[in-house]
Design a protein around this ligand. Structure first.
Ligand SMILES: [Zn+2]
Length: 256
């Protein structure tokens, strides 16, 4: 969501995700992973509008923790990243994509990502998901055989897509009525998840995306694996811990 809206929001809930850590504390050298033929491809789709900085930090920390955890396991892990904001004139940046690479490389790229802008509350969620899924070079486990890598998509956002069914108006009335101006709908995303056999996880920092969560769940069916809820029990549990814990436990639970 945009910075103006961010200011209007309860700043406490935005600050809750703030984290400070040094990536040098992690041993991210994971080049020896390529010796294993059990491929795991992990796509992070990340909204980077003004209110998201704390969650970008958390995503970095989360990837560091994944790399560390899988260090001594026999998997070849790779990560891709698609960040998004919104269509013009709400934002000059629609999507930015980085194809599958090591955890170390993706953390370096996340270091350069700055949360900015965003205009109205809804963002180009559909573009982020579509570009992330269609641009990732999803791997096959054994060359020459049609066996797919294990594929995970973690979606981190604090704003819904355009379209009044998602609960919030866009500045452009046509976008509210018809949804994202590119015409991509959640059914298209579902078809892409199915085509590429990808397990979808939503990382949810607030209730602005509750309607989206519900509609995605209904639409994606079995491909919607879980919600990692960062807004539950924030008093008791550090939500920084919850993002990495939630992501890591879901990978461990679903990887074979
Ligand atoms: Zn769009």
């Amino acid at each position: 969501m945009g910075q103006a809206i961010q200011l209007a929001k309860n700043t406490e809930s935005i600050q809750q995700g703030k984290t400070n850590f040094d990536i040098n504390d992690f041993d991210l050298n994971d080049s020896d992973r390529e010796d294993f033929d059990n491929y795991v491809d992990i796509l992070f789709v990340l909204e980077k509008s003004g209110s998201m900085q704390a969650y970008i930090e958390q995503a970095k920390y989360t990837i560091c923790k994944i790399v560390e955890k899988f260090k001594n396991k026999e998997y070849d892990l790779k990560f891709s990243l698609c960040t998004y904001i919104d269509h013009e004139p709400q934002s000059q940046i629609l999507t930015d994509f980085t194809d599958l690479c090591s955890g170390q490389q993706i953390v370096k790229i996340l270091h350069t990502v700055i949360a900015t802008g965003g205009g109205d509350l809804p963002e180009a969620v559909m573009d982020g998901l579509r570009d992330g899924i269609t641009k990732t070079s999803w791997r096959k486990t054994v060359i020459g055989k049609d066996e797919k890598s294990q594929r995970f998509l973690f979606h981190i956002c604090d704003a819904p897509p355009h379209g009044e069914e998602y609960g919030y108006p866009s500045i452009d009335k046509q976008w509210s009525i018809n949804g994202c101006p590119c015409g991509t709908k959640r059914e298209d995303i579902k078809n892409l998840l199915q085509l590429h056999d990808i397990q979808y996880f939503l990382i949810k920092p607030n209730d602005y995306i509750s309607k989206m969560e519900q509609l995605f769940k209904e639409c994606f069916g079995d491909y919607y694996k879980d919600t990692i809820n960062l807004c539950e029990n924030v008093q008791q549990i550090d939500s920084k811990t919850k993002m990495w814990e939630g992501v890591l436990s879901n990978i461990e639970k679903n990887v074979s």
